[in-house]
Design a protein around this ligand. Structure first.
Ligand SMILES: Nc1nc2c(c(=O)[nH]1)N[C@H]1C(S)=C(S)[C@@H](COP(=O)(O)OP(=O)(O)OC[C@H]3O[C@@H](n4cnc5c(=O)[nH]c(N)nc54)[C@H](O)[C@@H]3O)O[C@H]1N2
Ligand SMILES: Nc1nc2c(c(=O)[nH]1)N[C@H]1C(S)=C(S)[C@@H](COP(=O)(O)OP(=O)(O)OC[C@H]3O[C@@H](n4cnc5c(=O)[nH]c(N)nc54)[C@H](O)[C@@H]3O)O[C@H]1N2
Ligand code: SF4
Ligand SMILES: [Mo]
Length: 707
């Protein structure tokens, strides 16, 4: 080989931590992938998934050309022109016959890890003219956006834990040691958590499992799944009843404060104890610690969002930070000041709730999207408006959304389905046409989502490592091509958008650090490019009061949806919880949602898909370690193996999501050899947080018996 060895610096895009990596290449060969020690944010930290980028790049199962499904179910490579024309014809035809809203889009998680998908999906959406769209948001963080929209006036106005300066961090239903942080972009999180302890602070984890994060915490408290709202309401109750409320500089910026005491009056620490299993005295102590620490933050993630009362939980977490004087304060929770997408008053895309509803169940839209839990019934239920066609973009809802088997059935019943994805997996196997984009190392990337959620203000441009293969298209080029073809077929006006870096450069120049705002840095994308290890823009700063976009310009402490949800909570408060088993999820650092199990280096070794169960719960059912068990829920059953561990709370069992690649037609040669099952064959599409429409994927009632 005569090529030179080149070092490329960019961020790993796989999870929210955006760790800097150094990728050494020679010609077309990847020589190594290592943590970039000169990245000021991630400081050389990476996890095992970063090196698996190599496997993804070379994966022989990764599609390189559009695929068309033939009548016998086999796949044929076709040219891009034919692919675009076929999709445009089929979708336009269905829309002409049945109406625009009979074609829907589901957009999955990697869309937010790929800037071209974000900048360009509008081209397709505009041509499609359908208001029926879904995304992984309603399987995940919708309650966060709902609270941000209703309380602060913009769905992206999300306060982030100031982890590097806090003295007390209360982590509710998050496991950053496995997930590397979420709605908190925090590379090297383990060292950042330990630093809280070494500067004399504390962090406490509330979780039904003694997780990797709980294991290094100062205190771990088990909690009964789905009961967090009682803990949080009782903490607010304590702050009010013990006269601890200290609003700090936000005092003049809060509306509806007077409504709060009435709302929380019945939610005593004693009620919380009976619902959560956490002693009333501890509940009170947690509330007091939020006030007493020099900078404290309550942070709740998947466990507090993706459950029956996700919206109330995320609202209550904001309220606790506000009442304890920790919102918009150093060491508390602060809104980022990113180079692109700085949220300020009047910013577009603020959010909305319930402007329209899903066709069968009548669940509300949020920010123009319908809840993913309604997708299957809106496809399968005959009648006016029945969905006839789907487009999935970087998503695998058959493994990711509740009641995956029903989605299998729904997708199979469609007149037409197109998927923008580079694998034939559990979802895309149902497509008629698959449009595969380039892989991550073949395109550039500017992070639109996670620079906005980071624990410091940071920015970087990630250049492509390799030229795309001849004939390959990026996601944004596919969206341009497909959008223009569909618009032409429907006789609409449509123009392709320029490359994403052009659009982002404009946004950065107009943005917070841009010349147009008179900032001394006068940032441009080229100036950012001159910092291949990333550019640090400093710690998070108090700035919320200038950015509030609510009608009154104040924080709406008690939004309407909260009041509206109180009767549902009151009902649950009065019912005796039964003592059946509840199922929750888990993540592992070597796994990434449903789509990195085709990397041998990530799946090898000890199986990571087994059911976790407390030994006493097992003994009651005459089960032993490694037994094969049947897990049953209202919607289905799976058979898998059980592992005994007292890391589980009594009465709670735990499975990871994203497994179950043995379904027929899946073309993932490594993943489909893995024995795990899909937890979402058990989760229930009727089990939701009704006020937000977010799926309740945690706290699902199940039985476990010997198989
Ligand atoms: N029970 C349970 N279910 C869960 C969760 C849980 O905790 N418990 N977590 C939920 C959460 S938080 C999320 S975010 C969802 C994720 O749910 P989804 O987003 O639906 O699924 P992913 O597994 O992320 O699948 C991503 C798909 O995108 C493709 N892909 C990857 N990169 C690209 C790209 O650059 N371009 C294109 N076009 N395609 C790409 C992959 O091949 C894969 O098919 O799962 C949810 N489901
Ligand atoms: N390695 C890896 N990293 C990832 C991902 C991945 O799949 N693998 N996925 C990425 C994505 S899309 C996301 S959204 C983030 C998620 O990031 P996190 O939210 O940090 O991830 P989880 O590990 O799902 O943490 C949820 C925790 O909630 C607990 N829990 C479950 N039910 C309850 C409950 O009712 N109450 C309480 N208090 N806790 C509960 C679970 O035991 C679990 O420890 O991770 C991202 N990072
Ligand atoms: S934690 Fe791992 S997967 Fe996430 S960005 Fe860093 S290296 Fe990539
Ligand atoms: Mo997610």
């Amino acid at each position: 080989m005569t090529d030179d060895v080149i070092s490329h610096y960019r961020a790993c895009h796989l999870c929210e931590a955006i760790c800097g990596v150094e990728i050494k290449t020679q010609g077309e060969q990847i020589l190594s992938i290592k943590g970039d020690k000169d990245d000021p944010f991630s400081r050389g930290h990476i996890c095992p998934k970063a090196t698996a980028l190599e496997d993804l790049h070379y994966d022989p199962d990764r599609l390189r050309m559009p695929m068309k499904k033939l009548a016998d179910g086999s796949w044929q490579e076709i040219e891009w022109d034919e692919a675009f024309a076929t999709v445009a014809d089929r979708l336009a035809d269905i829309q002409a016959r049945y109406g625009n809203d009979t074609v829907a889009i589901y957009a999955g998680n990697p869309n937010v890890h790929n800037y071209g998908s974000m900048t360009h999906s509008g081209v397709v959406r505009k041509a499609l003219q359908s208001r029926v769209t879904y995304s992984a948001t309603s399987l995940d963080q919708l309650p966060h956006h709902l609270a941000a929209w209703a309380m602060y006036g913009h769905q992206q106005c999300l306060p982030i834990p100031d982890i590097d300066r806090t003295q007390f961090m209360l982590i509710i239903g998050g496991n950053p040691l496995a997930s590397n942080g979420s709605i908190m972009t925090v590379p090297d999180v383990k060292n950042r958590l330990k630093a809280i302890q070494s500067r004399g602070g504390r962090f406490v984890v509330i979780d039904p499992r003694r997780t990797e994060t709980a294991a290094i915490a100062d205190e771990h408290l088990f909690i009964r799944p789905g009961s967090d709202v009682f803990l949080l309401m009782a903490m607010i109750h304590t702050l009010i009843n013990e006269d601890l409320v200290d609003l700090g500089h936000l005092a003049a910026h809060i509306d509806h404060l007077d409504e709060l005491p009435e709302i929380v009056s019945a939610f005593t620490p004693e009620l919380a104890e009976s619902k959560t299993g956490i002693p009333a005295a501890t509940v009170r102590d947690l509330a007091r610690e939020m006030i007493n620490a020099e900078g404290a933050v309550c942070y709740g993630r998947m466990g507090a969002s993706v459950q029956q009362f996700g919206a109330l939980c995320q609202w209550a977490i904001q309220v606790i930070n506000i009442l304890s004087g920790n919102l918009d304060r150093e060491g508390g929770a602060l809104v980022c000041s990113p180079a692109f997408g700085y949220i300020t008053r009047g910013e577009k895309g603020a959010g909305s709730l319930g402007r329209f509803t899903s066709r069968v169940r009548g669940l509300p839209e949020f920010a123009g999207e319908l809840p993913a839990v309604t997708m299957a019934e809106d496809i399968l239920t005959p009648g006016e408006g029945q969905l006839r066609a789907m487009m999935t973009i970087a998503g695998n809802p058959v493994l990711s959304a509740s009641n995956g088997r029903r989605l299998d059935e729904a997708f199979e019943s469609l007149d037409f389905m197109v998927s923008i994805d580079f694998f034939i997996n559990e979802t895309t196997r149902h497509a008629d046409i698959i449009l595969p984009p380039t892989g991550p190392l073949e395109h550039d990337h500017y992070d639109l989502a996670f620079n906005r959620l980071a624990v410091r203000n940071v920015t970087r441009m990630n250049e492509a490592v390799f030229e795309p293969a001849p004939g390959a298209l990026h996601d944004w080029q596919i969206m341009n091509g497909l959008g223009v073809a569909l618009a032409a077929r429907k006789e609409l006006d449509a123009k392709p958008l320029p490359a994403p870096d052009v659009l982002i450069d404009m946004g950065i120049q107009a943005g917070f650090y841009g010349e147009q705002q008179g900032h001394a840095l006068a940032l441009t994308l080229d100036k950012i490019r001159a910092h291949p290890h990333g550019l640090d823009l400093g710690p998070l700063q108090p700035s919320l009061t200038e950015r509030l976009g609510t009608e009154s310009g104040k924080i709406a402490l008690v939004p309407d949806y909260v009041t509206a949800d109180m009767p549902r909570l009151a009902e649950v408060a009065q019912t005796q919880s039964d003592d059946g088993l509840l199922l929750i999820g888990r993540r592992h650092v070597r796994s990434n949602n449903s789509w990195m199990h085709n990397s041998h280096r990530l799946v090898k070794g000890k199986p990571r898909w087994k059911l976790f169960m407390h030994p006493q719960d097992m003994a009651e059912r005459n089960l032993s370690d490694d037994d094969t068990v049947e897990i049953r829920s209202r919607v289905g059953s799976v058979v898998t193996q059980v592992t005994a561990t007292d890391d589980m709370m009594l009465g709670v069992v735990c499975l990871p999501h994203g497994w179950g690649h043995q379904r027929s037609g899946v073309k993932l040669s490594v993943a489909s050899q893995q024995a795990g099952v899909s937890i979402n064959d058990l989760t229930d599409d009727q089990f939701v947080d009704e006020v937000s429409g977010n799926a309740a994927l945690n706290g699902v009632p199940v039985t476990v018996t010997a198989a």
